[in-house]
Write a protein that binds this ligand. Sequence first.
Ligand SMILES: O=C[C@H](O)[C@H](O)COP(=O)(O)O
Ligand SMILES: C=C(OP(=O)(O)O)C(=O)O
Length: 471
Amino acid sequence: MPEAFPSLADLHARNPLHQAAYPDASAVTEVVKELEQRPPLVFAGECDDLRGKLAQVARREGFVLQGGDCAETFAGVTAANIQGKLRVLLAMAVVLTYAAQVPVVKIGRLAGQYAKPRSKDTETRGGVTLPVYKGDAVNGFAFTPEARTPDPRRLLEVYNASAATLNLTRAFVTGGFAHLAQVHSWNADWVKSSPVGKQWEQLADEIDRALAFMVACGLDDDAMRSVDLFASHEALLLEYEHALTRVDSRTQRPYNVSGHFVWIGERTRQLDGAHVEMLRHVRNPIGIKLGPTTTAADALALADRLDPDHEPGRISFITRMGAKKIRDLLPDVIEGVSASGREVVWICDPMHGNTFEAANGYKTRAFGDVMDEVNGFFDVHDQLGTWPGGIHVELTGDDVTECVGGADDLAEGDLGNRYESLCDPRLNRNQSLELAFLVSQRLTDGRVRRGLRDLEQSGNELAPARADLPA
Ligand SMILES: O=C[C@H](O)[C@H](O)COP(=O)(O)O
Ligand SMILES: C=C(OP(=O)(O)O)C(=O)O
């Protein structure tokens, strides 16, 4: 008999971190009641489907691409903005699937990513101190006392914005927009002169030819019409996540129906904390961020608490150690978890350990550091013989200037041109696509190396000559 889902009061008794300090408790109660009446945003069966796909990834049969805004905004719920994000995610997925030949599990950081844990509770400008912006789910970005006061009614707007985003996303990915025959049109307005734009055009041409060949052979290309794209966000605000946890009529078990995949952040993953307690009861596949202080014992304790049954696909560890530290810190954590016999999904978040302040005051990340962390992630998995299961990236479909470097060589002086993130800097669409090409190269290298190893082990006579290829 599964344990009862804890009440909101039980969770609050654990002193949860990074919550909103609402001035009016009765308004919170009203909002929670209303949210509890709203229909689910996702279905339990879809969460099970994703758990199955993640189990395949853990078995080395796929790769996760998880990406989207650092912080979604209500103003950003427009067709153009959502389409832009989907185009870049789908393009990255095509690069990984076609170039690296791995099935890609696509998970958007979208339709719910509206709340942010912050380093400080307040912000001071010109001698005035106000509550810090904690995401549109909590308060407004404008630097006024009215905007910065947490307002629980914003949670209803989170629900509405997420529903609208999911609705359009479902229409895009199943209604023909994602058809592989459209790859050219997804990015028709991309700068063709940029190196990554040219690389994309070449790949799109190849895909066109491959599809034409399939059709000429009499094969149906209908399977290429639609794709699966799942929604994810950090399960941070207890009022929202709790109100959207429902008992599934098929299984009588609780599911968080605000997104298919929810994760616990680096700042709220305390073993006895409210977030771990809440998510240990739900059946969704869940992510856990692991920063540079994580030990193997921490990771194992979290896995034991959140996945006592060792259920395939249940747990994804999203590591974000920083480019300088990953090669030293990650091996112990992976070895400790692997030694326990667990098969988890390992995902690399190369963003959150690589943030710095530019000389002109912008919070930024360098594309070189992002790539260095991704390379470190692949290096460590190659050395240990474990599977690098995916990447988790903050990105946008627009031409923003928030991260420096990349093929277009953005400099710190360019950051002010188009810095739009309300929290952390995102890769723009060229940087995102460039990252996908580099990751696809690492996956291809790994495939070649594993193929050679298998060939060698099988005693095939071709093996000695091939084994001379670079390690
Ligand atoms: O996205 C992660 C955190 O919410 C973010 O990095 C916190 O930013 P801060 O350190 O500016 O508060
Ligand atoms: C807050 C985030 O990351 P982390 O918990 O890893 O700091 C995030 O991904 O938005």
